[in-house]
Write a protein that binds this ligand. Structure first.
Ligand SMILES: Cc1cc2nc3c(=O)[nH]c(=O)nc-3n(C[C@H](O)[C@H](O)[C@H](O)COP(=O)(O)OP(=O)(O)OC[C@H]3O[C@@H](n4cnc5c(N)ncnc54)[C@H](O)[C@@H]3O)c2cc1C
Length: 360
């Protein structure tokens, strides 16, 4: 049996998809590079650790991945490029245009670095960016399902779907030699191979290793040092939703089109983590639907009027060295506010949260 230790007061609400193609069926397709100082955090800011490699060592590989995914974005976002993005930017939505104009010159709004195809790419016809419902965004580039999976099948790989691996077997030397899985009817099957690659994501992979106990490995495979399943990292986010003073019509164009990027790096990193303020373009129809479901007929007109003026922001922290702990579950704050006031409140929330984490 696997037990999870909840270290902090905020439960970690993991999200991932178990199906052929994995979580990129649902992701936002943001594909940001690190900034150079991420690799030298200790020598630059005196905290954390330096990486054994630098940004320049990865630059070409970043580009190769961007070509596969068809990435576009703002060129001057703190991550230097030797070649232009392989994809033209997705045209700015009305929300992005208004937010960019209203926040200048205090804040610079960048196109998110995303694998959203603004035109046909790599032989695939991709529709324009018009839909922002939660799940199926046709212009996102679902890298694993559409490209990697298809290429694997084209090269002769047999894909077995609706199969859940529940145990790995090893030989006398400890090498994995077989995987046991259940099919849809919970009939067990055994697959043997010379080489196994485990890519079931950051939660399911360690879970499978921990479930694969034997006399030789009583704590699970590859777990001699009791590190499997520990030190999971994520990018905690804090969200605020504001009723701003003009209609910005969220919901037209990609769901997360742009960000305030100037906090991705800076001297403040000796005190707290860098972050990016993601400006969501998610349709606020959900708030109206919720109000209807709650029988809020008297205030319906107000709720409907709120939808085109609501803007949602989230500060995404990166490179957190803290153990997993979710901030106040995307706390929603609502109220009338100017744009810059919204940013200020978000910054205050984020700093309070970081202090709380430091003291925890
Ligand atoms: C809402 C959302 C938005 C996101 N947005 C972004 C973003 O914009 N940019 C970004 O970089 N990342 C984003 N992510 C994270 C990103 O999607 C994941 O980090 C990434 O997909 C992980 O890839 P993976 O191959 O490791 O795992 P997954 O994509 O989760 O794939 C794991 C695969 O293994 C299979 N599997 C699992 N367990 C078993 C088992 N026991 N037996 C057999 N098969 C198994 C699953 O069915 C799945 O096919 C987002 C995630 C979510 C949920």
């Amino acid at each position: 049996m696997i037990t999870c230790h909840q270290a902090g007061p905020h439960p970690f609400a993991a999200q991932y998809i178990r199906m052929f193609g994995g979580t990129s069926w649902h992701w936002a397709a943001q594909l940001w590079r690190f900034v150079p100082n991420d690799f030298r955090q200790y020598s630059q800011y005196g905290v954390g650790k330096d990486w054994p490699i630098g940004y320049d060592d990865l630059e070409e590989y970043y580009y190769q991945a961007e070509v596969i995914a068809g990435v576009g974005g703002s060129p001057d976002n703190g991550s230097p490029r030797s070649k232009p993005y392989p994809m033209e930017r997705v045209p700015a939505s009305w929300l992005q245009q208004r937010v960019t104009a209203r926040l200048a010159p205090d804040f610079t709004v960048l196109d998110d670095s995303t694998g959203r195809n603004s035109h046909s790419y790599d032989g695939h016809a991709q529709p324009a960016a018009v839909i922002t419902t939660a799940c199926r965004l046709p212009n996102r580039r679902p890298v694993s399902r559409r490209i990697a999976a298809q290429q694997a099948e084209n090269s002769g790989v047999q894909v077995i779907t609706e199969a859940v691996v529940y145990q790995l077997e090893h030989d006398a030397k400890g090498n994995i030699v077989a995987a046991n899985y259940y099919d849809w009817n919970k009939v067990s099957h055994r697959v043997t191979a010379e080489t196994f690659v485990l890519a079931a994501n950051a939660i399911e992979t360690p879970k499978l290793l921990l479930m694969s106990v034997s006399d030789k490995f009583p704590n699970g495979i590859a777990n001699a040092h009791d590190n499997v399943g520990r030190n999971l990292c994520d990018h905690p986010a804090i969200g605020v939703t504001f009723d701003v003073d003009e209609e910005i019509w969220p919901g037209r164009g990609p769901v997360s089109p742009c960000s305030i990027g100037q906090f991705r790096d800076g001297d403040f990193r000796s005190e707290h983590s860098p972050f990016r303020i993601d400006i969501s373009n998610a349709s606020q129809v959900a708030s109206v639907t919720k109000a209807l479901a709650e029988g809020l007929f008297g205030k319906l007109q107000e709720a409907i009027r709120f939808a085109p003026r609501a803007i949602a922001l989230a500060s995404k922290m990166r490179l957190s060295s803290y153990p997993i702990e979710q901030p106040r579950d995307l706390e929603q704050q609502q109220g009338r506010a100017g744009f810059t006031h919204a940013i200020a409140v978000l910054g205050r929330e984020r700093l309070c949260h970081q202090r709380h984490r430091k003291n925890a």
